[in-house]
Design a protein around this ligand. Structure first.
Ligand code: F6P
Length: 342
């Protein structure tokens, strides 16, 4: 009987549990056993795993986070870890491993696959920045949360005649900012793909005042940076995959807006609220489709592939394509958002 390992790595994300549930259910239909590996690659390195049954995944569909736990452990960082991961894959008697994660988890999956493990990937991230898939699950939940927050900021901004700066996640891509900014009717949306021109931002806000709109909502992605400037970071230390911790641009921007326009400005940093809680129906369905399709790839022995949403179809794409580059916001979409600036 086939034994399929499942792990979730990187930042948690609404929709992970629907994927796990779908993999376990479809595997059971196919007559496969499933093994949950705890805390991403860390669990494979330490052989920390549990048998998963339909009973263990019962009731997890609406739950946020991941029942398997997660970590940002990189199996290629510490000497000896890669060897341990490969050896434990064999000791656990796995016939295949389904890795659910973003560019880091899937990058490691791709490397391990080249070293002989039979791996299939599932794209996860609220950032929606993974190449070779139209959308990742988790993104829809995140933009719905952010949109609701922008709606709430609107009412207080309007009452106090204030400028409200809302800092959102997304790392080096502005998908969350653009989608939620457009959905929430933000007056300015700033993204990493387009350097921030503070004079332009202030003139858009002043223009609104001239039209009698004495409040403004500015959505800024955490990875946005000023012209000729660097990204604003929370700490200089890099994580195991070489990422810096972004955050703080909202406050810097709010200070500049207040000093240049004279209008009272407040900042809200949404942080991890954006990826907490129950997944939306869209994310539950996308996660479920991805989970079932991942088991299909295993059945067809299509290792080294990732399930992907292409239009309205779920297809298999190579992991190498998925991790080759980041998917950033296209000009066409940002131009539409721009139409509503000011
Ligand atoms: O990749 C998801 C994400 O939430 C990013 O948007 C954000 O920059 C990062 O993870 C935050 O990471 P952590 O949870 O380690 O603070």
């Amino acid at each position: 009987m086939k034994r399929i390992g499942i792990l979730t790595g990187g930042g948690d994300c609404p929709g992970l549990n629907p994927v796990i549930r779908a993999i376990v259910k479809k595997s059971s239909v196919m007559g496969y056993k499933t093994v949950g590996i705890k805390d991403g690659w860390k669990g494979l390195i330490h052989k920390d795993a549990i048998e998963l049954t339909e009973k263990s995944v019962s009731g997890i569909l609406p739950k946020g986070g991941t029942i398997l736990g997660t970590s940002r452990t990189n199996p290629f960082k510490e000497p000896g870890d890669t060897k341990k991961a490969i050896s434990n894959y064999r000791k656990l008697g796995l016939s295949a491993l389904i890795a659910i994660g973003g560019e880091d988890t899937l990058g490691a999956a791709h490397k391990l696959c080249k070293m002989g493990l039979k791996v299939v990937g599932v794209p996860k991230t609220i950032d929606n920045d993974l190449n070779a898939t139209d959308f990742t699950f988790g993104f829809d939940t995140a933009i719905n949360i952010v949109t609701e927050c922008i709606d709430r900021l609107h009412t207080t901004a309007e009452s106090h005649h204030r400028i409200m700066v809302c800092e959102v996640m997304g790392r080096h891509a502005g998908w969350i900012a653009v989608y939620a900014g457009m959905a929430g009717g933000a007056n300015v949306v700033l993204i990493p793909e387009v350097p921030v021109d503070i004079n332009e931002v202030c003139s858009l806000i002043k223009g609104r005042h001239k039209k009698g709109k004495t409040f403004s909502i500015v959505v800024v992605a955490e990875g946005a940076r000023f012209k000729k400037g660097q990204e604003v970071v929370q700490e200089e230390n890099l994580d195991a995959f070489g990422h810096i911790r972004l955050g703080g641009i909202g406050q810097t921007l709010a200070d500049m807006i207040e000093s240049k326009t004279g209008y009272e400005t407040r900042v809200t940093v949404l942080g991890h609220i954006q990826r907490g809680g129950s997944p939306t129906a869209m994310d539950r369905v996308l996660g479920t489709r991805f989970g079932v399709a991942a088991v299909d790839l295993v059945t067809k022995k299509k290792f080294g592939q990732m399930v992907s949403l292409s239009g309205n179809k779920i297809i298999g794409v190579s992991l190498s394509k998925a991790v080759s580059k980041l998917k950033t916001v296209d000009t066409e979409l940002y131009d539409i958002a721009r139409t509503f600036f000011g």
